[in-house]
Design a protein around this ligand. Structure first.
Ligand code: ZN
Length: 399
């Protein structure tokens, strides 16, 4: 039996408050939860005795007595977060307060199908648990993000365009069989949004996270919660049309922003610039390596290559065109841009900003901030672990 299997709803609410705010003093906890000081103190003492919470020494206070801060105890076990992108796998083992114990990233190809990718994932997870000094029985829960539309309740991918072989495959059953822990699966960009929400400790209530990598997707935080829509496909902005005479997208339509401004489109245009000699730098890269990748594009941009910077400018402008509609519709306070394409550097962000501010209504952009994601490449894996912990606590509270 796990230490928290017998906890009351009040005790779980206290753990949720601590999880979402890092650590807390007893007095700030009672304020936050609306519990009396004596009720809060007795709950905390009980949980300290059970080893569910731990005290973390003294923390600086504004004066008077210095209260100890209370944290979730590492004795609870570990969480595993998995961020599977179309081309990259990122796995981490963390403590319940999201301290990273072990992390590994490597290239991956979701087109290889679930059998190959998940067998490799299983191996990586076991190695990381080993490295973290934790046994499989200590895994509290597993959270995993995947680059496609997920039906959140069944944890299954539904017609994922970037990973057709995964349609209807149960990642939850596969990993549950391996580790015996609850498994929660969501779309990768929803998890990036959840990760940023955790980092911001709920201080921002309405924001968007746009992932630009092999595809383009949007995580929506509305009233402090990740909004998934009626069927879990909210935020599928990659297939918003930005040019009716644009190239055909893998979804079958023409001129989707994903087909024109995501990483493969940029690399394709960069290759053309190399072949035509418009970009001397890329022509040299192509001649020496026989191919062009995103890193070459980023390097060319840093070198001030005019042709490459025009490609980036155009892509950023199209992403901004799509975003302007979304911003007018949703009126977020912040838009965070993440994903592999951010490695290209500041020029992309500048082009997106310019395009959004030009096209959005004054009232929606008056206080709008557009930045790269604060968690950068860790957003997905932090979000996956946040999902695992959040759902573990929610399930126990609702019981
Ligand atoms: Zn499309």
């Amino acid at each position: 039996m796990k230490p928290w299997d017998s906890l009351s709803a009040d005790e779980i609410a206290l753990l949720q408050a601590i999880f979402w705010s890092g650590s807390h003093s007893r007095s700030s906890l009672s304020e936050r939860l609306g519990y009396s000081k004596s009720k809060c103190n007795s709950l905390v003492s009980g949980l300290l005795d059970m080893g569910v919470l731990q005290e973390n020494g003294l923390r600086t206070s504004t004066g008077g007595r210095r209260p100890e801060s209370i944290q979730l105890s590492p004795q609870l076990g570990v969480l595993i977060g998995v961020d599977l992108g179309a081309t990259r796998l990122d796995v981490a083992v963390m403590q319940p307060d999201l301290t990273v114990l072990a992390r590994h990233t490597e290239p991956a190809d979701v087109l290889a199908g679930p059998a190959v990718v998940l067998a490799r994932l299983r191996t990586v997870m076991r190695q990381l648990l080993n490295q973290a000094g934790a046994q499989a029985s200590k895994v509290i829960a597993i959270g995993m993000g995947v680059p496609g539309p997920v039906d959140f309740e069944s944890a299954q991918l539904v017609n994922p365009p970037l990973m057709p072989d995964w349609d209807g495959f149960s990642i939850r059953d596969y990993l549950h069989k391996e580790f015996g822990a609850p498994v929660f699966v969501d779309n990768d960009v929803n998890l990036m949004a959840l990760g940023e929400l955790w980092l911001l400790q709920g201080k921002l209530k309405n924001f968007l996270v746009i992932k630009v990598g092999t595809g383009i997707g949007c995580g929506i935080v509305c009233h402090g919660q990740v909004y998934r829509g009626a069927n879990g496909s909210a935020g599928d902005v990659g297939h918003i049309c930005v040019d009716t005479s644009g190239p055909r997208c893998h979804c079958g339509n023409a001129g989707c922003v994903e087909a024109m401004a995501a990483a493969p489109a940029i690399v394709r245009q960069a290759r053309l610039a190399a072949e035509s000699g418009e970009s001397a730098f890329l022509a040299a890269s192509l001649a020496s390596k026989g191919q062009i990748n995103l890193e070459d594009v980023a390097q060319a941009s840093r070198n001030g290559d005019t042709a490459v910077n025009q490609i980036i400018q155009d892509a950023g402008s199209l992403i901004g065109q799509m975003l302007a509609s979304v911003v007018n519709f949703f009126n977020p306070s912040h838009v965070f841009i993440g994903g592999g394409l951010t490695r290209i550097g500041p020029l992309l962000l500048a082009a997106v900003r310019q395009s959004v501010y030009q096209r959005s209504l004054a009232l929606s952009t008056r206080h709008l901030e557009i930045q790269y994601t604060p968690l950068a490449e860790r957003a997905g894996v932090v979000g996956a672990v946040t999902l695992a912990m959040q759902e573990t606590l929610r399930v126990r509270k609702d019981r």
